[in-house]
Design a protein around this ligand. Structure first.
Ligand SMILES: Cc1cc2nc3c(=O)[nH]c(=O)nc-3n(C[C@H](O)[C@H](O)[C@H](O)COP(=O)(O)O)c2cc1C
Length: 195
């Protein structure tokens, strides 16, 4: 009986879980120059790894990006954007990206079996959500980006990523400058009831 109570007891009240999940929203403007404590980011990465992952493949790899690497990524993005959309767009993005304080890439180890590969990406997505929820609980806002740069081979080279990895998400973090705005359609539209 005591064992059952231990297995079913949760340290988090449903209302707190509700507030945490609803409260985490993508933020796209951060207070410049205010970098959250790196110990907090390490804790978030540690917790991210407790995401479900089929066959316990632990497919995630985390890259904490410092100032030099951030500058290289922004430089690369500026070059790619200048080629594709012109100097003005590239320069405006350079300015926006330079003001983002926290940078973290989450890579996934690509599995040769397509089903495992799909499940491993799902596991990485769960890990990213863990990370973002924990940071949100600490007052740190995040944005998950999957823009073209995350698929550029040069991006992986800048990260010194191991062969066979791809980027599942580039996560920006910091303190929110502006409140998040996303909404959801009514839940009744996405539930199907079956007898
Ligand atoms: C796999 C994935 C990739 C995403 N990539 C981008 C992106 O490249 N640019 C962007 O603005 N938001 C991106 N987002 C964030 C979504 O736009 C955001 O989650 C959505 O608007 C809902 O807002 P919410 O996070 O506040 O609930 C991504 C989210 C996921 C799950």
């Amino acid at each position: 009986m005591a064992d059952r109570a231990r297995l079913t007891a949760s340290p988090v009240a449903p209302a707190d879980a509700d507030a945490l999940i609803r409260g985490r929203r993508t933020v796209d403007q951060f207070r410049p120059g205010e970098l959250p404590d790196s110990a907090r980011i390490h804790e978030a990465i540690d917790l991210a790894r407790w995401a479900p992952n089929h066959h316990v493949t632990e497919p995630w790899r985390f890259y904490l990006i410092g100032d030099r690497t951030k500058a290289e990524i922004i430089e690369l993005n500026t070059r790619l954007l200048t080629e594709s959309r012109g100097a003005e767009v590239a320069d405006s993005k350079r300015q926006r990206w330079s003001a983002i304080p926290g940078w973290l890439a989450v890579n996934c180890v690509a599995h040769e079996d397509p089903i495992t590969a799909r499940e491993d990406y799902a596991a990485c997505a769960c890990a990213i959500q863990n990370l973002m929820l924990y940071l949100h609980s600490a007052g740190i806002a995040t944005k998950w980006t999957s823009g073209a740069i995350t698929r550029a081979p040069e991006f992986l080279r800048i990260l010194s990523a191991q062969p066979g990895e791809y980027c599942a998400g580039l996560i920006w973090y910091g303190y929110a400058k502006r409140g998040p705005r996303s909404q959801r359609r009514p839940v009744s539209e996405v539930i199907h009831y079956l007898d």
